[in-house]
Ligand binder design. Structure first.
Ligand code: UD1
Length: 420
């Protein structure tokens, strides 16, 4: 296994380019199964999760080439309709083939994804979406088996106990794109990645409107065409580098990003004391001398993203005063806290809330990554800690950050990837 060894205390400065969004690219790769025409995706990030999704669609019949972030996918025929446990357990987002396969092949068999480090993650809303459109869905022997003689447009209500779902909105759009008649999804998730998937489907010839609002309307039909499409920039990667600038009291410029997708994060960093300079696709973040604590309330887009919560916890750990985080989407998602505490952070967790009393300094330690964004938080803490920090289990990080240590190194960080 590999780990990162970080010598903390270096101000980061310079310029980097932001990669394409993992959470757009994954469903869009699955969406290519909807079509027998060629799909070309520019700005595809080179990540372990992307490679896993490529492996999965290849097994289902897709011909793939991946060169310099341009991914070409072509599925003249679906050869198989099952997503095995071995792949789904590596990456939950494999469930995106469920909606795509039922749309194109009218049947799918996908292993149940199960929970993960950030807590239980039900998929009842995904199943509900397919069911309302006319699929028979059965869970048997750890698999979701779905079949449909005909899919028919309908009104799909995706209200769950925690609000709506990004994944279920996307899976339902896939099935509805090839159903007869009109489907409405309410409440639909309005994350930028959902909009990107809808825009991609439209570029492919589908007829979708309302993306970015809580009501998405899909007029189903069979027509599709070849498409070349550019994936949006990764707002969570840019957010993580923005925190890196503030936590190290440095100055980082990001090109190829979309600050319009990051308003809640940039507003919060501004409140903490970051200086933010943004244009359409460029963002410069630097830190002011005095930082102030903040209260963070995690909520669906356009609220503060759950995927940035761990990184902000690392930052608040060294900001004088008391900050709080309330996590409303994945209430158990505080795995990073105990590891940050091993570095000297003063954090108390109660249920879905964290109270962070800023300490003067963190000290380097051996810490263990538990999930993707928790890993990023530990690297950020290591960048500012006194002495050496070793972050183990960085395979979590490789799932979602494209050349992370190369980009950090370019900004002046002392970070090395080492075989344990
Ligand atoms: C996606 C993102 C993930 C992000 C999350 C929330 C991908 C690959 N992953 O995950 O990075 O943290 O959105 O922005 O894009 N829920 C149900 N029933 C369901 C589905 C979800 O109750 O059938 C609940 C979940 O447990 C959670 C909430 O709804 O509490 C939101 O989850 P959801 O939006 O589905 O997250 P994902 O699509 O899995």
């Amino acid at each position: 296994m590999q780990c990162f060894v970080i010598e903390g205390g270096k101000k980061l400065s310079g310029e980097i380019r932001i990669s394409g969004a993992k959470n757009s690219a994954l469903p869009i790769i699955a969406a290519s199964l909807l079509s027998d025409k060629r799909v070309e995706l520019e700005n595809t990030p080179d990540l372990v999760d992307i490679r896993t999704m490529i492996e999965l669609v290849k097994q289902l019949g897709t011909e793939v080439t991946f060169h310099r972030n341009t991914l070409t996918l072509h599925t003249p025929k679906i050869k198989r309709v099952d997503a095995p446990y071995d792949i789904v357990r590596k990456m939950r987002a494999s469930y995106y083939v469920l909606g795509a396969l039922i749309a194109r092949a009218k049947k799918a068999k996908v292993s149940m994804p199960g929970g993960c480090a950030i807590g239980p993650r039900p998929i009842d809303l995904h199943i509900k979406g397919l069911d309302v459109l006319g699929a028979d869905v059965e869970i048997k022997d750890g698999f979701i088996n779905a079949r449909a003689r005909k899919l028919k447009g309908a009104a799909v209500d995706l209200q769950g106990p925690k609000g709506t779902s990004v994944g279920a909105t996307i899976n339902t759009m896939f099935a509805a794109a090839r159903a007869s008649g009109i489907t409405t999804i309410t409440p639909a998730a309005c994350e930028p990645e959902v909009v990107d998937v809808a825009d991609f489907l439209n570029a492919m010839g589908c007829t979708i409107s309302g993306q970015g609002t809580h009501t998405i309307t899909i007029r189903g039909h069979d027509y599709v065409r070849a498409v070349r499409y550019r994936i949006i920039p990764d707002r969570i990667e840019s957010g993580t580098f923005a925190v890196a600038a503030v936590i190290t009291r440095g100055k980082i410029t990001m090109r190829g990003c979309n600050p319009a997708h990051m308003t809640s994060v940039l507003d919060k960093l501004g409140e903490i004391g970051a200086k933010v300079n943004r244009s359409v696709s460029k963002l410069t973040i630097s830190s002011s001398r005095t930082l102030r604590p903040a209260n963070i309330f995690v909520a669906p887009y356009p609220g503060f993203p759950t995927d940035m919560q761990a990184q902000l916890m690392a930052l608040l750990s060294i900001v004088p005063g008391t900050g709080t985080i309330k996590e409303t989407i994945f209430p158990n998602r505080f795995m990073q806290a105990v590891e940050l505490m091993r570095m000297g952070a003063d954090i108390t967790i109660e249920g879905d809330s964290a109270v962070i009393n800023g300490v003067k300094r963190l000290s380097g330690a051996r810490v263990m990554a538990s999930d993707l964004r928790a890993s990023a938080a530990l690297v950020l803490a290591g960048l500012v800690a006194k002495g050496k920090t070793t972050v183990s289990r960085i395979y979590h990080l490789d799932r979602g950050y494209d050349r992370f240590e190369r980009k950090l190194g370019k900004l002046g960080a002392r970070i090395k990837r080492v075989n344990e």
